[in-house]
Design a protein around this ligand. Structure first.
Ligand code: S3P
Length: 185
């Protein structure tokens, strides 16, 4: 890899269903790094599914667990690809964990892709905040400027293949400079 990014972890942020996990796994393969997923870390730590944590203890408990994961990542994890839940942008130390890549897709594209997925029922069921499309859209509108403010790089993910998205990220990692926000809102 060319010039090194200042912060060694690569963090993928973005709305639910945009493909952060799949992108992280392919990026890991491409770069020879390990990938970890924040929701997986929470599930293994609590031995409960995210959906169950929301249902049994409520969203605030889940957000607290995200903060715990964030502190651990900052302290212990280096040179890793990190995929996050859509709300991870709110952890206070996110910028200290690594270089932030925001994966962008329009809300309608996200909903379309989730519905077209062969496992769509499961994909929707496991996400408590995707149950009501109106509320999810409001959440998207609220978060979009926050993702954009926070990100070091913005990558267009909607309507593109994982290979293209991964290719863009690898390019940024090599050049260490932001790609143009083409085709994004
Ligand atoms: C959430 C996104 C989910 C998961 C939880 C809350 C959110 O992850 O962390 O259901 O607040 O946007 P994905 O973005 O992987 O769906």
């Amino acid at each position: 890899m060319g010039k090194k990014l200042k912060k060694s972890n690569i963090i993928l942020i973005g709305f639910m269903g945009v493909g952060k996990g799949r992108t992280a796994r392919m990026l890991a393969k491409e770069t020879g790094r390990f990938a970890v997923d924040c929701d997986d870390l929470i599930e293994s730590f609590t031995n409960k599914k995210v959906k169950k944590i929301f249902a049994e203890y409520g969203e605030p408990r889940f957000r607290k667990l995200e903060k715990q994961v964030a502190l651990w990542l900052e302290k212990k994890v280096r040179d890793t690809i990190i995929s996050t839940g859509g709300g991870f942008l709110k952890v206070p130390n996110i910028r200290r964990i690594g270089t932030l890549f925001y994966l962008h897709s329009d809300f309608d594209q996200i909903v379309g892709a989730v519905h077209d997925h062969p496992n769509s029922r499961k994909k929707i069921k496991k996400r408590p905040l995707l149950q009501d499309v109106g509320q999810a859209r409001a959440l998207f509108d609220e978060r979009l400027p926050l993702y954009r403010d926070l990100a070091d790089y913005e990558i267009q993910a909607g309507g593109r293949s994982i290979e293209e998205v991964v290719g863009d990220i690898v390019q940024c990692m090599k050049n260490s400079k932001p790609v143009k926000r083409e085709g994004t809102k």
